[in-house]
Design a protein around this ligand. Structure first.
Ligand code: ATP
Length: 240
């Protein structure tokens, strides 16, 4: 069905032992849209993303990816089915070159060796700066470029659903803009994106189509970004 969501998260709870960090969270991601997940530190945003991509077990609830129930599928099995995640903090291999980082992403995503060159060319096309700096160590890239490298690595599997945990963290505003433009381009190409983000004004200022507020592990607000003001969202975050 054309209008079916790419990702359906239904009443998901995630716990660390006896500590339940996310309660009954539901969300849907549609093709060609960015959903921003906001909330203060410790609200459970990273925990929810980890549950959705399978890195943490669910205590209850279900996850459907492109119409298929993947609740019992391990994270590495979700990648070839169309889900990819970028963890917080620019997870790149600092001592490897840009090209080596991308190659690891391709191999990790089971891209065939014969397709490496065309896949790399496609990634350099999308991120020209990575092409220019392909033989430099990742450690020598700026923070924004490292974040693009992390996103580029996640794109190697050609995901339909992309989960991105706080790509702006630690970046100067000019680099935040570059990263957001990259996410907007992916959205315009039809990707369904879940973006964890603390910058409420940026979120409402254009990048997000939908906003979900998480507060102490619970979803307290979920609406189209166009219907929300910064105050509404701040109230959702700070009402407790
Ligand atoms: P931040 O913006 O700081 O990353 P967050 O909204 O992503 O915050 P989480 O990191 O998901 O929040 O944390 C949610 C809750 O789960 C917090 O109370 C946190 O202390 C707890 N928590 C997170 N990781 C673990 C862990 N590995 N073991 C036990 N508790 C954890």
């Amino acid at each position: 069905h054309v209008d079916a969501p790419e990702l359906e998260v239904d009443s998901v709870s995630v716990a660390y032992g006896d500590l339940v960090a996310v309660w009954d969270a539901s969300l849907e991601l549609r093709a060609g849209s960015i959903t921003a997940l906001v909330g203060r530190n410790g609200a459970g945003k990273t925990t929810l993303i980890s549950g959705v991509c399978g890195l943490l077990p669910l205590r209850s609830g279900s996850v459907r990816l492109l119409g298929e129930d993947v609740t019992e599928v391990p994270p590495w099995g979700r990648v070839p089915r169309g889900m990819s995640a970028v963890q917080e903090g620019k997870r790149v291999f600092r001592d490897l070159t840009v090209r080596e980082n991308l190659l690891l992403g391709l191999r990790g995503n089971r891209v065939k060796r014969a397709q490496f060159d065309s896949a790399l060319a496609e990634l350099y096309d999308r991120f020209p700066i990575l092409g220019e700096r392909r033989d430099q160590r990742a450690a020598d890239l700026s923070g924004g470029q490292q974040q693009m490298l992390a996103i580029g690595t996640a794109l190697a599997s050609r995901p339909k659903v992309l989960l991105v945990d706080e790509p702006s963290s630690g970046l100067a505003p000019v680099f935040v803009d570059v990263v957001f433009e990259c996410l907007e381009r992916l959205r315009d190409e039809g990707m369904a994106i879940l973006l964890v983000e603390q910058l409420v004004e940026e979120v409402l200022g254009g990048i997000a189509d939908e906003v979900i507020v998480l507060e102490r592990g619970r979803v307290t607000l979920r609406d189209a970004a166009a219907n929300l003001s910064v105050d509404d969202v701040a109230r959702g975050i700070y009402s407790s």
